[in-house]
Design a protein around this ligand. Sequence first.
Ligand SMILES: NC(=O)c1ccc[n+]([C@@H]2O[C@H](COP(=O)([O-])OP(=O)(O)OC[C@H]3O[C@@H](n4cnc5c(N)ncnc54)[C@H](OP(=O)(O)O)[C@@H]3O)[C@@H](O)[C@H]2O)c1
Length: 353
Amino acid sequence: MASLASRAARPTMPFLRVRHNSSIRSLATRATTYTLNTGARIPALGFGTFQDADSQEETVSQALRKGMRLIDTARVYNVEEQVGRGIKKSGIPREDIFLGTKLWCNDYHPEDVERAVDDSLRDLNTPYVDLLLMHYPCTFKRGPDRFPRDADGRMIAGETSFIDTWKAMEEVVKTGKVKAIGVSNFSKGEIEVLLKESSTVPAVHQMEVHPYLQQKAFNSWLKSKGIHVVQFSPLGNMNDFYRQTGWSKEIAHMMRVIDQPLLKAIADKYGKTPVQVVLAWGINSGRSVIPKSVVDWQIDQNIEADFELQEEDMERVATLDAKARFNDPSLDYEWRLYSDLEGIDGTVRGRTH
Ligand SMILES: NC(=O)c1ccc[n+]([C@@H]2O[C@H](COP(=O)([O-])OP(=O)(O)OC[C@H]3O[C@@H](n4cnc5c(N)ncnc54)[C@H](OP(=O)(O)O)[C@@H]3O)[C@@H](O)[C@H]2O)c1
């Protein structure tokens, strides 16, 4: 049976290694890639770098040596130097790695964009990134303060719009410092504005997708526009951040995927873990996933998560959709994010940082 992934975005799946285990089936760990609308290829399985800055040099290096080839970072994570050192330390040639970073909202003024890219390239110690994303659609006041607030603690908006930023990003592509551009945390309406007012279709939309927030209609629409989806927080509320941040929603306290009985049952069938099933579900849906981990055995597990899930098991995972969006700093950022998307109920005012 052809997997869903094999029908999406022309993936190729060279086999990394064959893993035999004593359970019901023998499984291969694939190395699926997809073709972006730029013609470049992006791996299905990647590595997130949000948090744990002190560990990132070593874990990025380890993840690359273990076989990961997609690294996701961001200016605002404050880890670009560590990521750059990890890439060097791994010994993996730069051209074999798909490296993406994100522009932060205080650098959205068109006159700041190329300088901000240069800052990222300097810290990452690389002449180019494969992907530059606009981290959020909201613009903050330009200047060195990443979270510029007024006397009442409320975020101060910038004077330009995300369209101005996007046009400046298009210009940076021409310099060769950035191979592709995309967005993150945009609503459908905001992407429609970009499609209407610019000549570049985003190569990627990086957004929250996991079994508890499946966003089926939005995912289909993005696919129809040739926009590849990279799932952030692919493990849902496994990240404690969502239970601890100032804008944490009640729903973030729901059962973690690792404890979910249905996922455990599916995992047992394949001799895998619930986390691996969740990642495989994303890949078999034609998307990339970027789990973060600083724990060696977890990274090992995550890299073995590219395997075919039978259609019946894809359908079982589909029943877990709870429209539960965990990443929603709308009220802190003074911008109604995801306004036309699922899972915006229960948004809470509170500070991110
Ligand atoms: N564009 C955006 O706005 C945005 C927002 C959020 C995230 N992201 C990106 O997406 C990446 C991933 O998202 P995320 O960090 O929020 O969440 P995640 O990858 O879904 O979950 C991370 C959590 O799961 C744990 N974990 C990882 N692999 C595991 C395994 N095999 N078994 C058990 N536990 C496991 C990690 O533990 P340890 O920490 O102990 O290793 C960590 O607590 C980020 O690092 C970042 O690159 C982007």
